[in-house]
Design a protein around this ligand. Sequence first.
Ligand SMILES: *Cc1c(COP(=O)(O)O)cnc(C)c1O
Length: 388
Amino acid sequence: MISTVLPTYNRAPLAFTKGEGSWLFAEDGSRYLDLGAGIAVNALGHAHPALVAAITEQAQKLWHVSNVYRIPEQEVLADLLVDKTFADTVFFTNSGTEAAELAIKMARKYWYEKGEPRTEIIAFEGAFHGRSTGAIAAAGSEKMVKGFGPLMPGFTHLPFGDHEALRTAITPQTAAVIIEPIQGEGGIRTLPDACLKGLRDLCDETGALLILDEVQCGMGRTGKLFAHEWAGITPDIMMVAKGIGGGFPLGAVLATEAAASGMGPGSHGSTYGGNPLACAIGATVTRITADDAFLLEVNRKAGLFRQGLEGLVAAHPGIFKAVRGQGLMLGLECVVANTDVVKAGYGQHLLTVAASDNVLRLLPALNIPDADIAEALKRLDATALAIA
Ligand SMILES: *Cc1c(COP(=O)(O)O)cnc(C)c1O
């Protein structure tokens, strides 16, 4: 008989009852070191005191009001994000998928309002933008779209990081290009800064809008508040989610005034998006992660972790091949099946996440203590020894 929970996940036989910093406590009371952080969601670890305070305080005042009213908590967070980024305006969602939907709608509406019927959007192989019908059409991979057709038309898929293919495919008919600066589900594949710059140039030459999906790589994950800052470019539209809520459902679409110019009253909406509870938490996360001293610490911790991982690759050439990624968005290319490493990790009470390209994803809390980084390296070493 089918389980009462729709079986769309291959779940590990683990359940947790409590979290504290980088640790999760299982039903039997034992603790696991969490290098997945809810897949880059728990950016400040579990039960961060400032987030517990923010949610508690707001929960006692007001959870939800309709977007037919002004929502001051939403305005505070929007002001913060606009202050810290390229953006002039923000729409709040409950997830990354919803952010993808709006990003696509916004780009098409921009061209519609200009009286130029551009609808084509260029996307990339290995991409992940969510699970809605629009987001799977954008990603285009067979494993995500098979059986769900007919798909939303208008997407062209190019190899990730292939500048020549992009130069050929992008035309004055292209409405937008959508890309993750670092592919997460795709296997921690980093787009070199030069490619992102080249992409920005091609968009400028053709007028195509640049949509960056920073749902996984944003909010300080790479050591800058947003990953595109490393390349010194800015997008026209950006999707944010995961880390911005620190574990509470929250997403956002950030845009320049020009890119957002088609989105007037009635053009989009959300019942829950930007509710006071989510925005109070989001503002707390954003204040903490956007702080320069905090980001410096992310970079220092990342250097420490990465150095240790390079040592692991050298020590276990039969298990690990190389380290990839940036900041605390790291991947270990595996020689053995990455899913076997994830499973063996459970035996060492270590939580990691698999990704495409046979990569083991390591996405710890951005404030992981140095001692927990040392413990993570110890447990990864023990995991490799257990497989060998
Ligand atoms: C997780 C993810 C999404 C989808 O976000 P949800 O909150 O699961 O809807 C979109 N894009 C990227 C890059 C992601 O990692």
